[in-house]
Design a binder for this molecule. Structure first.
Ligand code: GLN
Length: 193
């Protein structure tokens, strides 16, 4: 059972730290060949426009898209969620798999990043929003809101994808880590590709 962590750019090391705390094996995904043996995937935050430039070298997004459509359990945070959104305001579409419209840099500039209270499933905790995007609209009834900051939706699930706009890997609270372990382990039954 191995988790792939997309490692083109951004906060991938923090996700690796979460996986170590969960006792889960992982592989950094930098090239097509790294995708071979994974049972689940994390696409981290960072800068979506930079990742989009770097992935072109091997057309990684094209391959990842196929894996996600086959049912690979996938967690995206922040820029990762932008990359999977069907509509992107102030940015480009990459691998559209989540039926949401999302606005990049919706809370302002980098220095307007903040920590805020988030209710994720049955748990509330403080999480970081780092030049975060905002989910503007749900585009189909297949998308279920699962995380809220005040009244705003900051996390959704659509089938095998969980998309969050904040950074749980910087908090690593027990509720998140327990959930993460269960969620990624569900890929055991999907099998590797
Ligand atoms: N502002 C970044 C983008 O638009 C996202 C920031 C993040 O991932 N923390 O890609």
């Amino acid at each position: 059972m191995k988790v792939g962590v997309l490692a083109l750019q951004g906060s991938f090391f923090n996700h690796c730290k979460s996986l170590e705390l969960c006792d889960l094996d992982y592989v950094l995904i930098k090239r097509l060949s790294d995708l071979k043996s994974i049972n689940s995937l994390i696409i981290p935050g960072g800068e979506s426009t930079s990742m989009k430039i770097i992935e072109k070298e091997e057309n990684l997004f094209f391959a990842i898209d196929k894996y996600i459509k086959k049912g690979l359990p996938t967690l995206t945070t922040c820029a990762g969620t932008i990359i999977l959104s069907k509509k992107v305001i102030d940015g480009d579409i990459s691998i559209p798999n989540i039926d949401i419209s999302i606005q990049r840099n919706a809370y302002g500039r980098q220095n307007q990043s903040f920590e805020g209270d988030v209710k994720f499933l049955d748990n509330s905790d403080i999480y970081c929003f780092i030049r975060a995007p905002k989910i503007i609209e749900l585009l189909s009834s297949d998308v279920k809101p699962i995380a809220f900051h005040n009244e705003e939706i900051v996390g959704v699930q659509q089938q095998n994808i969980i998309g969050l706009t904040y950074h749980p890997e910087l908090t690593n609270d027990n509720f998140y880590l327990n959930w993460l372990k269960e969620y990624l382990k569900s890929g055991e039954h999907v099998g590797s590709f």
